[in-house]
Design a protein around this ligand. Structure first.
Ligand code: UDP
Length: 326
């Protein structure tokens, strides 16, 4: 199948593109490189340098490359930033998604996979969090994903659109060639590994007064290659109907525990100190992924946090400056 991947130069999009190509699919990457890296785009993918605020550029991409499906990764993705700059999220994320959806409908492309988020669940009644949990976005970031999920719901009804909304919990880890490289880096695992590489002095843990076992936030880390597998399974199943899945390993680790596992993996002392809370952070996010396991047979291959951090560490050591200079 030919798949248009927006954000295919970014962390998760580039790994999904790589895995689709390995599975024999063809890939067109549309990315404005505002956060992604040209070097992260698989050499067998067609690369289009374009912006989702530019409707004519999206239309031209559909017309020229005639994809049969779309995977939409391109997005502002930071909970903390969204609490400072809500319109980047409530505006740009939403408008870019809308442009892409309109163009897809107009070009009769009715298969779509959305990168959604665990930030839909700020106040879960039950943990692990299943798909039927009430949606209470934790920030404008989560709200922007919720709005796009609602658009998809209506497009399914009105235009026979077939979609999957994949709500990632915390993506981490790397493939052999592709890993996590943000500027500035704000995510816990790459920051901790940069301390181990000697590129930072310490990690500041945001808050230790949450209602969790050690007072720091709890997250469910899922390997980026397992996320890629979920995308491929969801793509193959789209013609049987739209679906929404929560994606995680069903196991939560506190921020302190993450630092401790990284100490074991790297052999570095990784100095950590406690700082204030970061706005928009729910205390505990752990996924129930029973639905995708049952319906699509998803089986994470790298579920263990040690293995996940080891794979991120391997990539960081072989790419100490990320994609810079590649
Ligand atoms: N975190 C932290 N220090 C950092 C970066 C992140 O304590 O320098 C915490 C953050 O507050 C959250 C967890 O680590 O509780 C995971 O955050 P991350 O940004 O990696 O992913 P998110 O959960 O926002 O998707």
């Amino acid at each position: 199948m030919k798949i248009l991947i927006t954000g295919g130069a970014g962390y998760i999009g580039s790994v999904v593109a790589e895995q689709l190509i390995a599975a024999g699919d063809s890939v067109v990457v549309l990315d404005n490189l505002s956060q992604g890296h040209r070097a992260a785009v698989h050499p067998a993918a067609v690369f289009v340098h374009g912006d989702l605020t530019d409707r004519p550029a999206i239309d031209a991409t559909f017309e020229q490359h005639r994809p049969e499906a779309v995977m939409h990764f391109a997005s502002h993705t930071l909970v903390g930033e969204s609490m400072q700059e809500p319109f980047l999220y409530l505006g740009e994320n939403v408008v870019c998604g809308l442009n892409l959806l309109q163009s897809a409908v107009e070009h009769q492309v009715r298969r779509f996979i959305l990168s959604s988020s665990a930030n839909l669940f700020d106040a879960p009644e039950r943990i692990p969090i299943a798909e039927m949990e009430t949606i209470v976005p934790g920030s404008p970031y989560g709200e922007s994903k919720h709005i796009l999920e609602r658009m998809l719901f209506w497009l399914d009804r009105i235009h026979d659109f077939r979609y999957a909304a994949l709500r990632y919990f915390n993506a981490a880890g790397a493939s052999e060639e592709r890993g996590e490289d943000h500027d500035p880096e704000t995510h816990l695992i790459p920051i901790v590994l940069r301390v181990a590489l000697g590129q930072r002095d310490k990690v500041v843990i945001f808050g230790d007064d949450y209602p969790t076992r050690d007072g720091t936030c709890v997250r469910d880390y899922v390997h980026v290659l397992d996320l890629a597998q979920a995308h491929i399974l969801a793509l193959r199943a789209l013609d049987k109907g739209s679906r929404v899945y929560n994606l995680g390993n069903g196991q939560g680790f506190t921020n302190r525990e993450v630092v401790e596992v990284a100490r074991e993996v790297t052999g570095h002392s990784i100095p950590a100190e406690i700082g204030p809370r970061r706005a928009g952070d729910p205390a505990t996010l752990i996924a129930s992924s029973e639905r995708i396991r049952k319906e699509l047979g998803w089986r994470p291959r790298y579920a263990d946090l040690h293995t996940i951090i080891e794979s991120a560490w391997r990539w960081h050591r072989t790419h100490p400056h990320g994609y810079e200079g590649l």
